[in-house]
Design a protein around this ligand. Structure first.
Ligand SMILES: *[C@@H]1O[C@H](CO)[C@@H](O)[C@H](O)[C@H]1NC(C)=O
Ligand SMILES: *[C@@H]1O[C@H](CO)[C@@H](O)[C@H](O)[C@H]1NC(C)=O
Ligand SMILES: *[C@@H]1O[C@H](CO)[C@@H](O)[C@H](O)[C@H]1NC(C)=O
Ligand SMILES: *[C@@H]1O[C@H](CO)[C@@H](O)[C@H](O)[C@H]1NC(C)=O
Ligand SMILES: *[C@@H]1O[C@H](CO)[C@@H](O)[C@H](O)[C@H]1NC(C)=O
Ligand SMILES: *[C@@H]1O[C@H](CO)[C@@H](O)[C@H](O)[C@H]1NC(C)=O
Ligand SMILES: *[C@@H]1O[C@H](CO)[C@@H](O)[C@H](O)[C@H]1NC(C)=O
Length: 661
């Protein structure tokens, strides 16, 4: 195991494309040459000399810089992004960033700030994002006001702030995000909100503050992109306070550890007095879910009721004609008809995933949703012995259907006759019994993406995928083929439009040379994690410029006549194969070194044989397979003896002949 472990570590290190640069005794990691560096958690007390002056993105968190001042970063004048998370910074002195004109993001998260000088953030021409999360701030007067004209986001989460009132002269005209989550804001006043007058389209986050009161009129005719009051125990206070406001989205969800009041009709009434398009009530409890509960939801376009402990939605909900998107994930439905879908006639997107109970699809439960485009039914333990025409009746415009991670489904002939417009179908990890010699997908002429990974398909049925005229992307990962072989006639033959084919982890041993012959448009083929040998490359002779992944197979040698087939492709991954680095494979090794630009994963493309070269990168192998000096000597001696023998034989024969005359 040990060598495997270290190989894996090496692979991880190398695949990140990282290069370490030496500092005095610690190493920063270079992510992009001269530009992006990570020096996190190295116990540094200053900027290492090895960082180039032109560094633009610097992650310097988890080091030790108790004070920062104008000399601390003075060399790195090209900085754009500076992350100083948890550097034990107490003091931010005058002009710390005075020569950093390009700087647009400063992260000071997790520093116990004692003092920030008035001019400490002067210098940047366009400071846009400032993170002062967990810095111990209790009063907004602490934040320097200077040079904030371009500020777009101010993050102040997890502090001790009790009032959101910004300093009088704090410029807010460009502010888009103001984040106060997990503070101690209990009261909002008109005066507080007036300091935000100039911020139009603001996203204001007050999640995790126990708001106990809002002065009437505080939000009067204010407009927001989003408002978040998650985790507030008393929603009626919030919704009353939001009277006459407009918000594109309103997040009113809660968290596991909060003991909040059940939602009542009276509580939600405030919604009728504001304008909002999208609401999230994640994890709330409804005291009694009657149709009147929805009377203030009628303006909504999106409603998210994830994990709201619902067993059904009441019938008789009226006026929800605007609702386009409904999210009902992680609830407790028994049968799909219990959502009373007919109440939401304009729905285009419906998500019911991760239902707590086994979900029964019923019959025609969604048939009133004639505009439905997207339906996610994944992770629901759905089981059906005859899917899916009755269940999905009249979903004429459905384009996206996700049935992944369910229990076994049996598909009959033309199983999706009711949804002829399907473009994407995902059955990943759902066992499929195909109960017909024909194709269950026959009429899906518009289907472009089909995910059948880990479906335990019977791949010997050659008609399985017939009719999929426009299929571009097919995932068959984890399905098995008879004898581990894709033969000349196979289920892929009807897929003339296919561009992306995933056949990884299918326990394949061989592929017939003609297997992919009718697939002329392929651009991406993943055959990784199989047991293929070099000869399977022959199946790609008719394709050019494709991405071909043959990683983690059993390829030892690649015969010379197959090398032109590799040459005509654009990218090839041959990593993790037991490659032979002896003279019998010299043509391939030579080809490999000449075509390195085509090969991905070359750091993990290693020799397995002979043992003296095991683990050596193929690109580093030097073989001399010509004839050696000793060899030439013996060859010359051999030829000389042969000639001598020949002359003597001729002489002997002639003499023998003349003696007989
Ligand atoms: C990085 O900077 C050095 C010194 O200026 C220069 O020689 C090198 O080409 C640069 N590398 C890249 C990738 O820009
Ligand atoms: C840094 O600040 C000190 C004191 O404010 C000042 O004397 C010095 O000139 C400044 N250094 C630079 C490089 O600006
Ligand atoms: C408002 O902000 C959102 C996201 O923050 C953005 O997508 C939208 O375009 C903005 N609208 C206007 C009118 O600026
Ligand atoms: C809301 O607007 C209405 C009509 O403009 C007004 O009468 C009412 O006082 C406002 N309510 C609040 C709390 O501002
Ligand atoms: C289908 O749902 C699964 C699980 O929720 C998800 O991982 C997958 O990405 C979805 N498929 C598509 C195509 O979005
Ligand atoms: C199935 O494949 C599609 C297309 O590649 C992908 O978007 C989706 O996430 C996959 N589903 C799962 C469950 O991984
Ligand atoms: C090569 O393919 C393997 C297996 O799919 C994958 O893990 C690896 O990331 C690929 N290499 C590169 C450089 O993409």
């Amino acid at each position: 195991m040990a060598p495997h472990g270290s190989c894996f570590l090496l692979a991880v290190l190398l695949s990140a494309g990282c290069k370490a640069i030496a500092s005095s005794d610690q190493m920063c990691t270079e992510k992009e040459a001269n530009k992006t560096y990570n020096c996190e958690n190295l116990g540094l007390r200053e900027i290492p000399d090895t960082l180039p002056n032109m560094t633009e993105f610097l992650e310097f968190g988890f080091n030790f810089l108790p004070t920062i001042e104008n000399t601390t970063f003075s060399r790195l004048t090209d900085l754009i992004f500076l992350d100083l998370t948890r550097c034990q910074i107490n003091w931010v002195h005058e002009g710390t960033f005075q020569s950093h004109h390009q700087l647009n993001t400063i992260v000071l998260t997790g520093n116990p700030l004692i003092f920030m000088a008035e001019t400490s953030l002067n210098g940047p021409r366009s400071l846009k994002h400032l993170f002062l999360v967990q810095t111990g701030i209790s009063n907004l007067e602490f934040i320097p006001v200077h040079n904030m004209e371009n500020l777009e986001s101010l993050h102040l989460g997890s502090n001790h702030i009790s009032s959101i009132k910004l300093p009088e002269n704090f410029p807010t005209q460009n502010l888009k995000v103001l984040d106060f989550q997990n503070n101690a804001v209990h009261y909002l006043s008109r005066e507080d909100m007036n300091t935000l007058e100039k911020a139009t389209n603001l996203s204001l986050n007050l999640n995790g503050n126990d708001i106990k009161g809002i002065e009437p009129g505080t939000f009067h005719s204010k407009m927001f992109q989003s408002l978040k009051f998650g985790g507030s125990p008393n929603l009626s206070v919030i919704l009353k306070g939001l009277q006459n406001s407009t918000a594109h989205s309103l997040w009113l969800g809660t968290y596991e550890d909060i003991d909040d009041q059940d939602l009542t009709l009276a509580m939600l009434e405030g919604l009728c007095e504001m304008t909002v398009e999208s609401i999230n009530l994640q994890k709330r409890h409804f005291s009694d879910i009657s149709s009147t509960m929805f009377q203030c939801f009628t303006q909504l376009q999106e409603l998210d009721l994830t994990a709201t402990h619902l067993q059904g939605l009441p019938s008789g909900i009226k006026g929800m004609n605007s609702l386009k998107k409904l999210v009902l994930n992680v609830n407790n439905f028994g049968q799909l008809c219990e959502i009373n879908a007919a109440s939401f006639p304009s729905l285009t997107d419906l998500y019911i995933k991760g239902n707590v109970r086994k979900l029964d699809l019923g019959t025609g439960c969604l048939e009133k949703l004639e505009n439905l485009r997207k339906l996610d039914l994944s992770h629901n333990d759905i089981e059906a012995s005859d899917c899916c025409n009755l269940q999905l009746r009249k979903l004429l415009h459905l384009q996206y259907l996700n049935l992944s991670f369910n229990e076994p489904l049996t598909l009959q002939n033309q199983a999706f006759k009711e949804c002829p417009q399907l473009e994407l179908l995902d059955f990943s990890f759902t066992h499929l019994h195909i109960n017909t010699p024909q194709s269950p997908f026959q009429n899906l002429h518009l289907l472009q993406v089909l995910n059948l990974s880990h479906c335990l398909l019977d791949t010997s049925n050659q008609h399985l995928l017939a009719g999929l005229l426009d299929l571009r992307h097919l995932n068959l990962q984890g399905n098995l083929f008879q004898d581990g072989s894709i033969s000349k006639t196979n289920l892929l033959q009807t897929l003339g439009s296919l561009e992306i084919l995933i056949l990884s982890s299918c326990e394949l041993v061989s592929i017939d040379q003609q297997a992919f012959h009718s697939l002329g448009k392929m651009s991406h083929v993943d055959l990784s994690h199989n047991s293929l040998t070099g000869t399977s490359i022959d199946a790609f002779s008719h394709l050019k410029g494709i991405y071909l992944n043959l990683a983690a197979n059993s390829i030892c040698t690649i015969p010379p006549h197959l090398l032109p087939i590799l040459s005509q492709q654009s990218t090839i991954n041959l990593s993790h194969n037991p490659l032979d680095c002896t003279c019998s494979n010299i043509h391939f090794i030579t080809w490999y070194k000449e075509n390195l630009q085509k090969l991905e994963g070359s750091e993990e493309t290693l020799c397995a044989n002979p043992s003296s070269l095991r683990g050596v990168k193929l690109s580093d192998v030097k073989l001399s397979c010509g004839i050696t000096a000793v060899g030439i000597f013996f060859l010359v001696v051999f030829l000389l003896s042969l000639t001598t023998l020949f002359i003597f034989s001729v002489k002997f024969l002639l003499r023998h002949k003349y003696q007989n005359i």
